[in-house]
Unconditional design. Sequence first.
Length: 231
Amino acid sequence: MNCLWEVMLKAKEQGVPEKNIRFQVSRAFSPYMEVSCPCLNQDTLEDIPVIEVNPYYRFYSIFKDLCHPEMKEFSQARESLINLFLHQLAENDVISGMTKEAYYKKLLFQDFINNLYGAPAMEAMGLFNRNEREILLSGLIRQYETGSSLDLFKDMMEGLIQNNIVYRNNDDCHEIMVYIGQKYDKTIAAKMEHLIQLFVEIPYSVEIYYEYHFGIIGMDDTLHIDEIAIC
C-alpha cells in the first residue's frame, strides 16, 4: 500500500471499518511514498493500529502550516484534525477513481446497511461476500434501468448460487421452478429468499428443489429411482 486510496480499498476488501483506521504524520517518511507501512509490501490492515503518512507527498499546501515542525501547541487537536483531513482526502481519492456505476453501487449498498430496505434485507446483505455483493448491486442497477425480467433473475442465480437450473412451468407461465444441486442449507435458503424478493415480480411464484431434481418425462437423468423430488 503506497497511497491513501489503497488503504481505503484494502479496508473495504478486508472488512475493516473506516472508523478503526487512524492516520498520523510519519516521523520518518520517504519522499517517494505517501504511506509508510512497517513492511514495504504490506497488504493487510489487521496488525497496523495506525497508518503513518507523508502528508507532503501530494498535499503540501494543506499541511505545511498544520504540520510545521516549530508548532508545539495543541498537539492532540492537530493530530485529530490531521486524521480527519486525511480520511476525507482518502475518501475523495476513492470517489474520484470510481465509475458512475461504482458510485451508484456504493450509495445503494449504504441504503441497505442503513435499513432503508428493511431489516430482513439489511441482514441478508451480510450473507454475501464482497464479490457477491458487487454482482447483486450490479443486478439491481440493471433492473432499475431495464425493468425486471426472468433473464435477470437467471443471471443473478448463475452468479450467486452454485449448481442451479431455473425453469418456467409450461402449464403455468407465472410459476418458476428452481433446482439447486446442493443439500438444503439455511444460508442458501436465506440468499434465495433475498434474490426472490429483489428480482422476481409479484405475479410469479417460485418453487425451490434442493439436492434432488424433479422428474421430467423424456429426460432420463431426472428419472432415477430415489433421486426424484416430488412436485
